[in-house]
Design a protein around this ligand. Sequence first.
Ligand code: PEP
Ligand code: MG
Length: 874
Amino acid sequence: MKKWVYEFHEGNADMRPLLGGKGANLAEMTNLGLPIPNGFTVTTEACTDYYKQGKQISQEIQDQIFAALGVLEQQRGKKFGDESDPLLVSVRSGARASMPGMMDTILNLGLNDVSVEGFARKTGNPRFAYDSYRRFIQMFSDVVMEMSKSFFEGILTELKESRGVKYDTELTADDLKELIGRYKAIYKEKMGAEFPQDPKVQLMEAVKAVFRSWDNPRAIVYRRMNDIPGDWGTAVNVQSMVFGNMGDTSGTGVAFTRNPSTGEKGIFGEYLINAQGEDVVAGIRTPQPITRLAEDLPECYAQFMDIANRLEDHYRDMQDMEFTIQEGNLFFLQTRNGKRTAAAAMKIACDLVDEGRITPEEAVLRIEAKSLDQLLHPTFDAYGLKNGEEIGQALPASPGAAAGKIYFTAEEAKAAHEERGEKVILVRLETSPEDIEGMHASEGILTVRGGMTSHAAVVARGMGTCCVSGCGEIQIDEEAKVFTLGGYTFHEGDEISLDGTTGKIYKGMIPTVDASVSGDFGRIMAWADSFRKLRVRTNADTPADTANAVRLGAEGIGLCRTEHMFFEPERIPKIRKMILSDTAEQREAALAELLPFQKGDFKAMYEALEGRPMTVRYLDPPLHEFVPTDPADIEALAKDMGMTPEEVQQKCDELHEFNPMMGHRGCRLAVTYPEIARMQTRAVMEAAIEVKAEKGYDIVPEIMIPLVGDRKELKFVKDIVVEVAEQVKAEKGSDMQYHIGTMIEIPRAALLAGEIAEEAEFFSFGTNDLTQMTFGFSRDDAGKFLTSYYGAKIYESDPFARLDQSGVGQLIELAAKNGRATRPDIKMGICGEHGGDPSSVAFCHKVGLNYVSCSPFRVPIARLAAAQAALEDK
Ligand code: PEP
Ligand code: MG
């Protein structure tokens, strides 16, 4: 028979997958001989089984639960549901990774109309007994039966008003008895049944509620954001109650062994005398700092400090502990490695190394790579956030916190910022490359459409600007400059706040706190660099972004998207002229005008890189992205080209494609218009040769051809590149080396990588397009329906954010293997948005790629994730 239930003494800290974090630690503490109220854990496997059985707890599991309860009764010398001295328990969830959003706690379970009387007699404290029962009814109704808390709060407030008192503690035993009657009445009214009196039914309902809460929408969102698999399940801990609300020698509190905000060493926490768990959190009475316990109950404090220190020594990490004192007796209810800010995590890890408790390897493994975002971007002031009113949530497209006045066009955003010094939030249906300056001027960007790899998301991440994208709940009228969200209407100049790390949107301006990178950050990063095998490059296409990425540790550029260089006001008319040209001569003339700009950009990039390598990706987007839409722009272009505006409009219309992402883009542009590749090659080669001559950097240009699907296609473009490169070298008398490679971003290219490697000196996996074309999901729109997929548990995470290792990953592995077979020294990396996602970085390490390339602000995350992957490999 399978074991579904473990008494605390039967487990240990290593059994976290089976017992959950809370259960495993309660077991460990029990085995350490610490004062832990007895109890047992129903395993995470029982949760998985509950779902497998169609949300039923099997008879076998129920039998084991009641057998463990029988043992608990013996240990405590009390019977569950006893009329004179009932055993009461708490029921708490506990997943493998701590997971806010799931059901937390039910206290005092086991009370009913009869046993509460026995409990009152036994404790000699009727007020306490009735208070325990009314709390239980309230908690059970709320968390188990999902009845709104407001019904109970309303009744409680009414009663306090009628008694003329302010605090719950001022209500008498009789008042509480009356309250219980009213609570049960409302329960019956809303649930259509009496409040359950059988403690066994109460217990099974509570266990089911914990299992159910594993799959509530909040938990699902949390899991997705934190890469927690949906099939882990949660455990349930049933523990005999101890009471912190039995008078002035009782109390309850929470404490950390180090400060979770700053990492500073020293006990940090608070407690309340004569209170039960939820009072501390509820904020009705103001808790005392934990050090006050030394005055109130000195013996308890000494014992508490002794255990806290032992726990930190034992786990070799900062502990977050919950405790209760019942009539002078101290009990620990929980310990776990405490959650902390990224800054605190850095300090604690470095301090523990200095204290000789952990190694630098362990220090590097302890920092959550994703949390580094916090260090590099502003965050909301904690107090301000507490008072913020959330009005919506969408995709967390680019991290950081932002607050400002709303503007609906890039021009107005720019003007408001530059001319009036305003903090600006740009709100758009979706952004386009023309919005770039307005995006730069903004604190944050909010879009109605678009996913994690939409234009807004990619560009915002590159700039380090907060962005929340794909907020379909918004009703926007860009013309009228108004939108509605969360029941409010917002006009130009109104204030909102965005959290690009969670995707939350708030009404009004919440104060933000600037990023701070402490000295510990440098130490952790230096350790990480010494452990990792993967190199880390960046995706950048401006000298400013490049310099920033280098400051954050980038070892070069893995992807320079050259099209981003064409959108500046001075340049876009020239590229438009090129696109609308009829003949190759006209196109060449337009390209000749672009050449100096492109070359100038490359020179500036090579200078910013100071000798580090750069992969230049040739023109990629569908050409229609460049065509003018504004009548004034159309008119100007018509004038410049000697055409009528109608003719220009007609040519623009001809460029329309039904499926532009699968249309005339990528290397297809160079196949139809070789002069584009010629101009770009001249620009790269001349820039490299000149910067090498001027600065002495050892530059070897890496030229990358996008969207290739066949060896011959690559060869066709490569021949053009080689011809021009050699020509430039001859003109300049240079012997510069250069490499030509390709992106692998079409499934066919992945399948034929062995052949393609005959021509390609390097591969860069463009996992944005590769994901798009492998799934057949539009990278710009998938967010709209993916939510239903998460709900239905078809997919657990956004494949555009976290690499789909089973599908897309297979294509990468195959391409890497076949590419190497053809060309053993082929260099391979990844440059899609996944390059900055820790789990995807770990995959790249596993497959043996040479580097990952990601947006500048994710470079430290990738460095740390690469080190962690290498260490875990050992
Ligand atoms: C990709 O497709 O992964 C890629 C990096 O190219 P882009 O995002 O520019 O299409
Ligand atoms: Mg691509």
